[in-house]
Design a protein around this ligand. Structure first.
Ligand code: ZN
Length: 291
């Protein structure tokens, strides 16, 4: 099943003659579920059980307008972002790969957006790209075993962990949360895909391109901490809640690891994709007064 955020309301996305169509969950359930995404995640098991039985009359389906899509989980209680979670990316960043626990930081919810956006480049800064698989938690979880962890995941979506490298390193110690949380720095979507929709949810191709030039391409089977490993490691320390968002880390190919370094410029377009999920499209504009 595919779950979308359309105008901040939960919607089921279905294919009709090759086109993405949607039905509003609150309308289709006579107000039983929804209308927002957080309420749907709170009752995730019941909503998915209801959705598989749902027979939507074709006339109730409307085309998906991508401009109306928001982040699939727009108001999580917690956002986790994982660093150095692919060997080649840890190497290009100049760090040893994590063994026991990867670095975990946050991206503030104010930086969340839907899949297709225009992003303002902060006037002084080096904005970098990081395509990432994003997992959304489907039930309250504490000390989950790796073998049970997929059952805690509502679904997967595509994300960009846009990162301003100057802010990220400003001050006496790195502070990833702020450098990665400028407005619009956490685009996600186009929708949430439940794990059962994939042949293998642990092996998805992901990548991104700037103005058509591919800059990142990897496979999630190369994650050092897979989605189940992350859920197990995080829930050993914190309680996870329905709707919580986990950015799982980026593969190699970011701008800061290049020789010479490269960062996003005004007018450039960044296209990101994950196999079986879909695409994100960002264009970058100058801050007012900067050029
Ligand atoms: Zn990242």
């Amino acid at each position: 099943m595919r779950l979308a955020n359309i105008d901040n309301r939960a919607a089921l996305v279905l294919d009709q003659d090759g086109a993405a169509k949607f039905v509003d969950i609150a309308n289709a359930s006579d107000g039983r579920w929804g209308p927002g995404l957080p309420e749907v995640f709170e009752h995730w098991a019941e909503v998915t059980a209801w959705a598989v039985e749902l027979d939507v009359p074709a006339g109730q389906l409307a085309p998906v307008d991508r401009a109306r899509l928001g982040a699939p989980s727009p108001a999580p209680r917690q956002v986790f972002a994982v660093g150095l979670n692919y060997h080649a990316h840890a190497a290009e960043s100049g760090f040893a790969a994590p063994t026991e626990l990867p670095p975990v930081f946050t991206k503030y919810v104010s930086s969340f957006s839907g899949p297709d956006t225009e992003v303002v480049l902060p006037s002084a800064g080096n904005v970098d790209w990081e395509v990432e698989l994003v997992a959304v938690v489907g039930r309250e979880a504490r000390e989950v075993a790796e073998a049970d962890a997929w059952s805690c995941v509502a679904g997967l979506t595509a994300g960009q962990d846009l990162s301003e490298r100057v802010t990220q390193m400003r001050g006496p110690a790195p502070q990833f949360g702020l450098g990665k949380s400028f407005d619009g720095f956490s685009p996600q979507g186009p929708w949430l895909v439940t794990p059962d929709e994939f042949d293998d949810p642990d092996d998805l191709e992901l990548g991104c391109a700037i103005d058509g030039e591919e800059v990142q391409k990897g496979r999630t089977r190369d994650l050092i901490f897979s989605v189940p490993k992350l859920i197990a490691a995080l829930s050993e320390i914190v309680t996870l809640y329905p709707g919580d968002v986990v950015f799982t880390g980026t593969p190699a190919g970011v701008g800061v690891g290049r020789e010479p370094q490269r960062f996003l410029q005004t007018g450039e377009r960044l296209d990101s994709w994950i196999e079986g999920i879909g695409e994100l499209h960002q264009t970058f504009v100058a801050a007012p007064g900067a050029e």
